[in-house]
Design a protein. Structure first.
Length: 318
């Protein structure tokens, strides 16, 4: 009977379902470590492709409370990425050693983290791991920006030296543009686009979002931070560069021409409005698609077309 009673007690303590299994795993995360575990899980949620083990572990080298923006700290990098990740995330993730990727142990882990059910868990620590997708993209973008702003992360040809640099250069904009994620990234973006340091030029060299195999930027035309801010649709960053950095909106900086051409071609209405408010030349027809009005018309951005016409853009034959 004693053995039967013991077995009964064990069975009663087993998780009743997957939700309870995950909640228990989260409840076991040490207090000192839970914020980094939460961020690792968020990065996995937001990642645009499977992350390699060494890439995900780079998050552990980021100081998220640094001022004015999260900062990459070289001495924090774990010497053994796989060991470091296994010590933090326990049973919630798995390692595919053959493919060299790390992923959730099961697709339902991600679903649980994003669901409201986790907030109802009776486990003391589990509810704080609840995640919204926009906050996951904030963390992913913070890690990417910290990597791009880190010492030496871009001026080396060896991807192995800084495993996340290729992912960061290609994908930080995707994360930043997810819903309202950009609101939590303003200071880091200002640092990256600062015309007085090397990071902007190194990022463009590593991955040029303005690249077009049919367009070759003349050697005398240097990539302009304002042009790229407008191209990407970052309204507040564009304003910062116009007002605080005094960048000229009429300088040619890429395949579309000026910042106004780029914003119009991409359909960024509020950026177009802002540039016009700061004396962007509305009828400059030297862009790759002619004027800003022609570019907006060509790509079907009717709201931008209407605004440009209201502001005095002259109709030209396309």
């Amino acid at each position: 009977m004693c053995l039967t009673a013991a077995v009964g007690r064990v069975l009663r303590t087993l998780p009743k379902n997957l939700d309870e299994t995950y909640a228990r795993a989260m409840d076991m995360v040490e207090e000192y470590n839970w914020e980094y575990v939460q961020r690792l899980l968020k990065f996995l949620i937001a990642a645009v492709r499977p992350l390699r083990i060494a890439e995900l572990a780079e998050l552990l080298a980021v100081d998220f409370i640094a001022d004015p923006a999260p900062e990459y700290v070289l001495r924090w990098r774990p010497p053994k990425p796989e060991v470091a990740l296994k010590m933090t995330c326990l049973t919630l993730i798995r390692f595919d050693m053959e493919a060299d990727v790390v992923e959730f142990a099961h697709h339902s882990v991600k679903e649980y983290l994003l669901s409201g059910r986790i907030k109802e868990s009776i486990r003391k620590r589990a509810p704080r791991f609840y995640c919204k997708e926009d906050s996951a993209h904030v963390v992913a973008a913070q890690v990417c920006l910290a990597t791009l702003l880190g010492p030496g992360t871009l001026d080396t040809d060896e991807n192995t030296a800084y495993p996340l640099k290729e992912y960061a250069a290609r994908n930080w904009i995707t994360h930043a543009r997810y819903k309202n994620a950009v609101a939590g990234l303003k200071e880091g973006m200002k640092l990256l686009f600062d015309p007085n340091n090397k990071h902007f030029a190194l990022w463009v060299e590593a991955y040029d979002v303005d690249f077009d195999p049919l367009y070759a930027r003349p050697e005398f035309v240097k990539p302009q931070p304002l042009y790229y801010a407008a191209l990407c649709g970052f309204r507040d960053l564009t304003e910062h560069l116009l007002v605080d950095q005094h960048e000229d909106p009429n300088v040619h900086g890429g395949k579309y021409g000026t910042s106004l051409h780029a914003a119009a071609a991409r359909g960024h209405l509020e950026v177009v409005r802002l540039l016009l408010d700061h004396s962007a030349s509305i009828n400059d027809a030297t862009g790759s698609h002619g004027s800003a009005l022609q570019a907006a018309t060509l790509f079907g951005h009717t709201a931008v077309v209407q605004l440009l016409r209201e502001r005095g853009a002259t109709s030209q034959e396309i």
